[in-house]
Design a protein around this ligand. Structure first.
Ligand SMILES: Nc1ncnc2c1ncn2[C@@H]1O[C@H](COP(=O)(O)OP(=O)(O)OP(=O)(O)O)[C@@H](O)[C@H]1O
Ligand SMILES: [Mg+2]
Length: 355
């Protein structure tokens, strides 16, 4: 188990800046997820920690030891890739043992570690097979097993589930969570899948535009997004972001929507617009006594709840939620109720001002 700390880390590829002055502390035993859109530098950051990519400037400290100059093999980390990277001519057992043979570990120790990892991953019966004789999920488990036998200070995963089908992804995700509980190891996991991030992480690091947008527990980034970007990236369907003008002062502060409706704010905003009011669909419900009128355009029935896509009279699009037994049909006029305790406000720079 290791702490991993990054201080003032920068990285560019030629003229392309990828990471700018990044600071991050990862605690021992923590499951940290790097989440961000494609090209936001998630893999680059992970590969810099692993030593597969150089660091232009800044410090990397693994377990109290300066590591940016260390060769990948001396960092005691194990990486698992999306494409498994198994040796096709070796059996499962040989694939898992390969790294240990290379560092000259005694034969009986290798056998014991491979057997233990195979038992943990329920692969005991597959040890004699070659990768071509395994399913995608089984191959990924071999790759994870190969990481486990190294007994690394930390595990680094780069989108390990991306090649698996939907059902297997969910199953393997749960297995990974169990593995983390059992081993208690530090784990860093890269994904652009917000569900994986929300379900696996102790803390999520949201990367965008060469920097960290926010670091927090899944519920912190969901309930208190620090920026418009985080608000729209986390949650499905995405948070409604409605252009508004502000009226009133102090505890009379309110937001006026494009259709003229006024929504009282539970906080006094400071800063400069143009402003956007944020509200998640589950906090904007279809209601007879709703203060705002809208016209339903599309109704999605999800069984336990219904999503109602609607338009305000000025054309603003919104997504509201109704119960599973909703009677709303496309074309209906509906009322909308805002849960004012669940409002967010974003200033002209996209920063959250609702604290
Ligand atoms: N070896 C390289 N040479 C030049 N540019 C690179 C190299 N590797 C990555 N980049 C660029 O750095 C940026 C970040 O890439 P990176 O692979 O870290 O993104 P990512 O967040 O992992 O994206 P994805 O979700 O698509 O995997 C991208 O603009 C990419 O084109
Ligand atoms: Mg990547």
């Amino acid at each position: 188990m290791a702490t991993i700390s990054l201080e003032g880390v920068c990285k560019r590829f030629g003229s392309v800046e990828v990471i700018r002055d990044l600071n991050l502390e990862i605690n021992s035993g923590e499951f940290v997820v790097f989440l961000g859109p494609s090209g936001s530098g998630k893999s680059t950051l992970l590969r810099m920690i692993a030593g597969l990519e150089s660091i232009d400037s800044g410090m990397l400290v693994i377990d109290g030891i300066r590591a940016e100059g260390l060769a990948p093999g001396s960092r005691n980390l194990a990486m698992v890739f999306q494409n498994y990277a198994l040796y096709p001519h070796m059996t499962v057992e040989e694939n898992m043992a390969f790294g240990l043979r290379n560092v000259g570990l005694a034969q009986d120790k290798i056998k014991a570690r491979v057997a233990e990892a195979a038992r943990m991953l329920e692969m005991d019966k597959l040890l004699a097979r070659r990768p071509a004789e395994l399913s995608g999920g089984q191959r990924q488990r071999v790759a994870i097993g190969r990481a486990i036998v190294k007994e690394p200070k930390a595990f680094l995963f780069d989108e390990p589930l991306s090649n698996l089908d939907a059902a297997l992804r969910v199953r393997t995700r749960v297995e990974l969570a169990e593995l983390h509980q059992r081993l208690g190891s530090t784990m860093i996991y890269v994904t652009h899948d917000q569900t994986e991030a929300m379900t696996l992480a102790d803390r999520i690091v949201i990367l965008n535009d060469c920097r960290i947008e926010q670091v927090g527990t899944p519920m912190e980034v969901y309930s208190r997004p620090a920026s418009r970007f985080v608000a729209s990236f986390i949650g499905s369907p995405a948070m409604n972001l409605l252009p508004v003008t502000l009226t009133g002062q102090g505890d009379r502060a309110a937001a006026r929507l494009g259709n003229g409706a006024v929504v009282p704010l539970p906080f006094a905003p400071k800063g400069d617009g143009p402003w956007e009011l944020g509200i998640r669909p589950e906090a904007l419900t279809v209601s007879q006594v709703g203060t705002t009128k809208a016209t339903a355009t599309v109704v999605e029935r999800l069984g336990d709840r219904t999503l109602v896509y609607a338009r305000l009279s000025d054309g603003t699009q919104i997504i509201a939620q109704d119960s599973g037994k909703s009677q709303v049909k496309a074309g209906d006029g509906i009322g909308l109720a805002f849960d004012t305790a669940e409002l967010h406000l974003f200033d002209g720079q996209g920063r959250a001002v609702s604290v």
